[in-house]
Design a protein around this ligand. Structure first.
Ligand SMILES: [Zn+2]
Length: 260
């Protein structure tokens, strides 16, 4: 697969030239690509064009002081890890929940943000949403779709879990607790059926990967409606044996009005 072929597939899927595109990807699912992950990045850049902005998650484990110029991402895949290291790419400063962006809206998307919640309205995913960006899931499902945490924050869901995160205070490392709406995120996969039923998700193939494309506004609108009907809709059922979701459930009622 050449970058040019992938670019045509991305356009056929519905990626908008000149728009903001937030990409969650597993290169393993897309390959083989000429040029490897950098070839995929070239295809994505080509699809949004010079007037478009490309965004990827570059989250870190929070175990060391975060330096956007050097700290490797954690569990975000090789494509995102190579993307933030490319010249001209901006990286945001959240010690656990950073994103990288390249293009005209990159500085706005990566502007400073509050520590908590990492993915609220005033965060990279919140700004992609404000800019009416598109979300591309390339070889991954909605369980990787960080923008659903934005919907949780906007809905004011009643659960939150705090993660120890190292930040620098007066030149010295200090561990602080960062509250976020965390759980196993398998429940996010329900968004597929919700979006399909409304015709709001484009599905196709890009390289060898299953690709899903959705507008950030559409996604958040649909998720908010479901969260209003059931604020715990994204958590695994009690007794399902999911430790992470049990932890989130246990926080309900303890954490005040919710993180949003
Ligand atoms: Zn779970």
């Amino acid at each position: 697969m050449t970058p040019g072929m992938l670019e045509r597939e991305l356009r056929a899927l519905g990626v908008r030239a000149g728009g903001v595109l937030l990409v969650h990807t597993s290169f393993r699912a897309v390959r083989p690509v000429d040029g490897g992950p950098l070839g995929l990045i070239r295809a994505l850049r080509g699809a949004v064009g010079p007037a478009g902005t490309l965004v990827m998650p570059t989250m870190t484990d929070g175990e060391t002081v975060f330096d956007p110029r050097t700290t490797p991402s954690h569990g975000m895949g090789i494509t995102a890890e190579l993307f933030w290291r490319e010249p001209g790419v901006v990286r945001s400063g959240h010690p656990g929940g950073s994103f990288a962006a390249e293009g005209p809206e990159a500085a706005r998307i990566c502007a400073p943000q509050p520590l908590s919640p990492p993915h609220g309205p005033d965060s990279p995913v919140g700004r992609v949403h404000d800019l009416e960006g598109q979300i591309l899931l390339l070889g991954v499902g909605h369980s990787e779709n960080t923008t659903l945490h934005l919907a949780e924050a906007l809905a004011g869901v009643p659960y939150e879990v705090s993660h120890p995160t190292v930040i620098e205070v007066d030149g010295a490392p200090r561990t602080v607790l960062v509250a976020e709406t965390d759980h196993c995120c398998r429940g996010f996969n329900a968004a597929d059926a919700w979006l399909r039923a409304l015709g709001l998700e484009r599905e196709g193939r890009v390289g060898n990967a299953t690709a899903r494309l959705v507008g950030a506004r559409d996604l958040v609108t649909v998720a908010l409606e479901r969260l209003r009907a059931d604020p715990l809709v994204f958590l695994c059922a009690p007794g399902a044996g999911c430790e992470e979701c049990d932890l989130a459930r246990a926080s309900v009622g303890r954490s005040g009005p919710g993180i949003g």
